[in-house]
Design a protein around this ligand. Structure first.
Ligand SMILES: [Zn+2]
Length: 85
């Protein structure tokens, strides 16, 4: 159980130094494999953009993953990377 610090606005000597947002950078996406239909989590480095290929961890077929947007607005598309649609 993490202790919840009292969130008193201001009044802390020296100012707030350890501002902690609960906002989590969305590095992980759940994609549905176009081959086997399983939902799989994909980790995408924060600085990754564009298209890359990764194998499904369930059926090992290649996905073509396309990252669009940036920051918290990122989304990911998955398609087959073997040339078939
Ligand atoms: Zn699969």
């Amino acid at each position: 159980m993490p202790s919840v610090e009292t969130m008193c606005g201001g009044g802390i000597g020296g100012g707030v130094s350890a501002r902690h947002n609960d906002r989590v950078t969305t590095d992980e996406f759940v994609v549905t494999c176009p081959y086997c239909g399983e939902d799989c989590e994909v980790y995408v480095e924060p600085d990754v953009a564009g298209t890359f290929v990764q194998d499904c961890e369930v059926c090992c077929n290649p996905w073509r993953l396309r990252v669009s947007g940036r920051g918290d607005d990122r989304s990911i598309d998955v398609a087959r990377a073997d040339g078939s649609e």
